[in-house]
Design a protein around this ligand. Structure first.
Ligand code: AMP
Ligand code: ZN
Length: 483
């Protein structure tokens, strides 16, 4: 499998520190608001990556943080505290906001078939570990105390800014709202590890520390959480492209300085979902959420399909028209899978194996998910029986997560029900969804048509004895259970 690595700016074979096992870390959501569909693009693509690694037979340990403290609106050390902004907006406590939006995030993930990572750690649950890491950095001379806060000293590093291939605009993200200069910093890029003095006097969450009562900086949480659950050697770190700088740069600085050895060789960054007007962003009030898509009649998995049609290293333009096209294509695909007959013979294992290899070559080339979808269309055209085609679709779906065969089976059942309850002349039975009753009601209609009134009455009486009432209408019959 080949992956592009933002740290080396090259596509290279994916290797791990321990053969056969992947230590994977993902920057989780800041839970001060609903995740917007741009955030969810990142989580969908990271989910496909995790599933691909497992599909390849690798053991994966995936860890994610929940940012419920310390993230300021600039991504650096300026701007407002995002969690406090959320609490003020909704007149709730920070922890109530965190719980509500964490639950909302995982509800979205379930709808999008995004698997929950093996470990999910809210930052507020690991304060002693953060303090230990900050103390370690101070002890090793990589940090200093100034004005009550603890800062990382970037002048002690041999190398900083390792993701230099990003656009200037990406690098600007960290300082976009950084109008205020922090006079305590010795170097421009130094960043806060622990806050005790800040403008947030109303900060609700504070903990005791060797440097006074305060709270951690955002960057330290990911380094410390990964160290605890992934160990000293991380194989793969994921996040959206805006996380590359300063967040990931600072994570590398802290982790490598603390550990005294290289930390994570492989970095995976998902590019942004944009609108024709620009980046989708919560702070600019231009953010769409999954619930809005559902309210507009879209299946969340149509959005997943939409994301999979594009490469993760390109910006993806969201318009309603683009989403319509994706939903149309997704529905057609389900209809084609529904037209296949399950169990029409044995599954051809040789075909399945060859298809697997083809799929791995396609998607395993830097997570080319659109080629993965092409492989699904190709599988539908295979010179093989339907059972084999369905087995291939099922297999690919372990990575794509589009519920292809599940939705096809549901559509088949729905179509069969509709067919069972409508006769050739369009006579329709409407009831409570029991195909056996629908069939009896249809038999009664046929008996009436053939003037076999005795049989028609017998069926009606029989149904009545079972507590079912029939009402004849001009276009058919409706039935319901007597209450
Ligand atoms: P946040 O909740 O702001 O910490 O962001 C959660 C994740 O979404 C991070 O990995 C971000 O890099 C990513 N992200 C933010 N905006 C977008 C966007 N417009 N498109 C794709 N990913 C994004
Ligand atoms: Zn992070």
């Amino acid at each position: 499998m080949y992956l592009y690595n933002s740290a080396t700016h090259k596509k290279a074979p994916f290797v791990t520190h321990t053969p056969g096992r992947v230590e994977m870390y993902t920057c989780g959501p800041t839970v001060y608001h609903f995740a917007h569909i741009g955030n969810l693009r990142s989580y969908i693509m990271e989910d496909v990556l995790e599933k691909l690694l497992r599909y390849e037979g690798l053991e994966v340990n995936r860890v994610m943080n929940i940012t419920d403290v310390g993230h300021l609106s600039s991504d650096a050390d300026t701007g407002e505290d995002k969690m406090l902004m959320g609490a003020k907006r909704e007149h709730k406590s920070v922890m109530e906001i965190a719980q509500f939006y964490t639950d909302a995030f995982f509800a979205d993930c379930r709808k999008l078939n995004i698997k929950t990572p093996d470990t999910v750690q809210p930052a507020t649950g690991l304060i002693p570990e953060f303090i230990e890491m900050v103390q370690g950095l101070l002890d090793k001379g990589y940090a200093y105390v100034a004005g009550g806060n603890v800062y990382f000293d970037t002048s002690k590093l041999r190398r900083y800014h390792i993701f230099f291939d990003h656009d200037e605009s990406d690098l600007q993200v960290g300082v976009r709202e950084g109008v205020e200069e922090d006079g305590n910093k010795r170097n421009k890029n130094d960043f806060v590890l622990w806050f005790t003095k800040s403008k947030f006097e109303d900060q609700a969450l504070k903990w005791d520390s060797p440097w006074g009562v305060g709270y951690p900086g955002w960057h330290i949480e990911c380094s410390a959480i990964s160290l605890k659950y992934n160990g000293e050697y991380l194989d793969l770190h994921c996040g959206g492209i805006d996380n590359a700088f300063p967040h990931h740069t600072n994570e590398i600085a802290q982790s490598e300085s603390y550990l005294g050895h290289p930390w994570c060789p492989q970095w995976f960054h998902v590019h942004h979902l944009v609108t024709p007007e620009g980046k989708m962003s919560k702070s600019k009030g231009k953010a769409l959420i999954l619930t809005t898509l559902e309210e507009e009649g879209y299946d969340p998995l149509s959005y997943r399909f939409f994301c999979l049609q594009s490469h993760y290293r390109k910006a993806l333009v969201f318009t309603w028209e683009n989403l319509d096209n994706a939903q149309g294509a997704y529905r057609k695909l389900i209809a084609r899978a529904a037209a296949l007959k399950p169990g029409d013979g044995p599954v051809d294992e040789a075909v399945l194996k060859a298809q697997r290899e083809k799929f791995l070559q396609a998607v395993g080339n830097d997570l080319n998910t659109s080629l993965g979808i092409t492989a699904v269309y190709d599988a539908l055209k295979l010179p093989a029986n339907d059972a084999t085609k369905l087995a291939v679709l099922d297999d690919f779906d372990r990575v794509l997560g589009l519920d292809l065969t599940k939705k096809a089976a549901a559509k088949r059942a729905e179509d069969a029900k509709a067919a069972a309850s409508t006769d050739a002349s369009g006579f329709t039975v409407t009831g409570e969804g029991d195909p056996a009753i629908d069939a009896l009601v249809l038999r009664r209609a046929e008996a009436k048509k053939a003037k076999n009134f005795a049989e028609a009455d017998r069926i009606r009486d029989d149904l009545r004895a079972r507590g079912i009432e029939l009402t004849d209408t001009p276009t058919g019959t409706t039935w319901k259970t007597r209450s």
